[in-house]
Design a protein around this ligand. Structure first.
Ligand SMILES: Nc1nc2c(ncn2[C@@H]2O[C@H](COP(=O)(O)OP(=O)(O)OP(=O)(O)O)[C@@H](O)[C@H]2O)c(=O)[nH]1
Ligand SMILES: [Mg+2]
Ligand SMILES: [Zn+2]
Length: 367
């Protein structure tokens, strides 16, 4: 940091005492009086934090606002981080507490930048979430399986459990997508919310797109989210905020229409926000993104997401990339075993599809 101008040449005048002369208080290093909470939102350097013990605040929610203490340095704090705060933790409007410590993270969702100056650098997005909910509309906007694949890779890398939620099944059939992901063993849930239903006197009607689904699917999603910490991710306009509004009373997240010409959402949600679930647990709404880079995830990390295939791959030649067509890959032998049960081929094909972006990042010269 640049030395501050003290407005005088007199060397005895200092704005702040230097390290050597700063009085040492016992409290500074240990912060015995610090209280713990979770970061629920970040807004231009102000961190919204829900304290574990709401009784410590004067607000009924237990929410306070804090800033990073200088001693935290450049360490990045993300939504979901568990932090220790000191100072004014009353939560009264206009007060700012000081965040002095980030607790060790159990998981960390990251993405890598794909273009521009930052290409290849990775960014932390959410800490301590256990479930990555990949929200995809079956139509409007059109689903892009490549994106789902990348999210799955990010989930395996972060140590998070993936869950696919297929929305807008009132508009099209979910079966082609559920079929694509069943070999991976990823759980898929389908929802159909009728955003205009309250204005519609006839009420919800059965459509030809999803005759097999009797309800709107929201109960199953609620069950999957309750009691754990989940992050909802996906393109803009797939219905992430609509889902959260259906599950968290009073969430009141803004939702936006999908552009009829471009088929794209309007990027309605602009910041991450963690919301407490009525039955316990947290759900984190995120802004829709156009792409999700996973070049920071190595192919070995992807393989770790497939314990059954990792065991087979132990018999591969050293340095095997496990791609389709490489010589002596043990996965091929495993698939071609005449006694093999059904489904092995589809699983290996799915694994190889997920491997592609990592292999590309590891060797950009490959054909
Ligand atoms: N037909 C239909 N429309 C839906 C459904 N769920 C959500 N929508 C509509 O899809 C549009 C986008 O929903 P949002 O919840 O704003 O989408 P989002 O994923 O939060 O978008 P961003 O915040 O931009 O990332 C809104 O017009 C919703 O009413 C559904 O199940 N069926
Ligand atoms: Mg949204
Ligand atoms: Zn191999």
């Amino acid at each position: 940091m640049a030395r501050r101008d003290t407005g005088t040449d007199d060397p005895r005048v200092r704005v702040r005492p230097g390290r050597g002369s700063r009085p040492r208080t016992k409290q500074r290093p240990s912060h015995a009086d610090a209280v713990l909470g979770m970061v629920t939102r970040i807004d231009r350097g102000h961190y919204r934090i829900r304290l574990d013990d709401p009784g410590l605040t004067e607000s009924s929610s237990g929410d306070i606002t804090a800033m990073k203490a200088r001693e935290l340095g450049r360490g990045k704090v993300v939504v979901g981080d568990r932090v220790a705060v000191v100072g004014d933790t009353s939560g009264r409007s206009g007060t700012l507490a000081r965040m002095v410590r980030i607790e060790e993270r159990t998981t960390l969702l990251r993405r890598s930048a794909e273009d521009g100056d930052a290409a290849g650098t990775e960014r932390a997005i959410v800490a301590n979430a256990r479930q990555l909910v990949i929200v995809t509309a079956v139509a409007d906007p059109e689903p892009r399986p490549r994106m789902i694949d990348r999210y799955l890779v990010a989930a395996y890398d972060a140590g998070m459990e993936p869950l696919i939620v297929l929305t807008k099944t009132d508009l099209a059939d979910a079966a082609p997508l559920t079929g694509l992901y069943s070999p991976l063993g990823v759980r898929c849930l389908a929802t159909r919310l009728h955003p205009g239903a309250s204005d519609d006197e006839a009420g919800p009607t059965e459509t030809a797109g999803a005759p097999e689904q009797a309800d709107d699917g929201i109960e199953a999603v609620r069950k999957a989210l309750t009691g754990t910490v989940s992050v909802l991710v996906g393109h803009s306009g797939v219905g992430k905020s609509t889902l959260i509004n259906a599950i968290v009373p009073g969430a009141d997240r803004a939702t936006g229409h999908v552009n009829e010409v471009t088929g794209r959402g309007r990027h309605t949600s602009t910041s991450l926000q963690a919301l407490a679930l009525p039955g316990g647990g947290w759900v984190i709404d995120t802004p829709g993104v156009r792409s999700f880079g996973v070049s920071h995830v190595g192919s070995a990390d992807v393989l770790r997401g497939f314990p059954d295939l990792a065991a087979v791959a132990e018999d591969c030649p050293r340095g095997c990339t496990h791609e389709d067509g490489v010589v002596d890959c043990a996965l091929d032998e495993w698939v071609n075993d005449p006694a093999a049960p059904n489904g092995r081929r589809a699983r290996v094909e799915s694994f190889r599809r997920l491997l592609a972006p990592s292999l590309e990042a590891e060797d950009p010269t490959r054909p």
